[in-house]
Write a protein that binds this ligand. Sequence first.
Ligand code: DGL
Length: 279
Amino acid sequence: MPDNRPIGVFDSGIGGLTVVRELMSLMPNEAIVYFGDTARVPYGPKSPATVSRYSQEAASFLMSRDVKMVVIACNTATAHAAERLAELLPVPVVGVIEPGARAAVKATTSARVGVIGTSGTIGSGAYDLAVRRRLPDARVYAQPCPLFVPIVEEGWFSHGAARLVAQDYLEPLLEMDVDVLILGCTHYPLLRELIAEIMGPDVALVDSAAETAREVSDVLEKYDLRRTDPKPPSHTFAASDAPLRFRDIGRSFVGDVLSVVELVDVEAIGHRPEVFSAP
Ligand code: DGL
């Protein structure tokens, strides 16, 4: 049966709007509820237990808005909480790591794959596992790049300091001769040009956002969950802090559809056990 309910998406902050942009362009008839945990960003350096708790609270908020599926647009949250959320939630859950790994496996010819992400994502080994599950002979070289998130948040996309930091982080991957590099963090596509310049033309860069949108589309198709309402969809954006800042920066990702941002006290919502049980 078609399902006119919205798709729920969450991230630690604004970066997950890169996934929303892809969802909107691939499935313009779907409605979206987005939650950015701007009060508690960044997730990257936090412990798995804390990120898992934050993710359950975010999912709880989305379920309270009657979403038909949950998309984890944050790599760190996917690494620490995707399995748990898939067990807990009565709706399909899609993270960004499996789609990114699938795209990397498709793109590599040498089976030498690089991955960059936050310390949490790289420390979890989630990309390594996801790549080698599909390509057991693959050599996965992982590099945490913790300074990239603050650099992007400062808008220093081509600043000299960004270049120095990027050269330092990427040098070991160049030495390993990878032919694919997974941009395993919501913020890194914004440094794409700089990263591409350093890695050179022979290294394909994989951005999980577009792949994730394709996976969401496949899931909707598989479970017959597409929205068929002929009225244009309306979208909801919510953040746990500084909604005006979220709106102003977020517009550069998704344009004017981002006009109102609700302020949500996600800690007060907490874990709502009733939303985690199947209907
Ligand atoms: N959204 C996070 C990720 O993709 C990056 C920002 C953060 O550390 O919270 O891993």
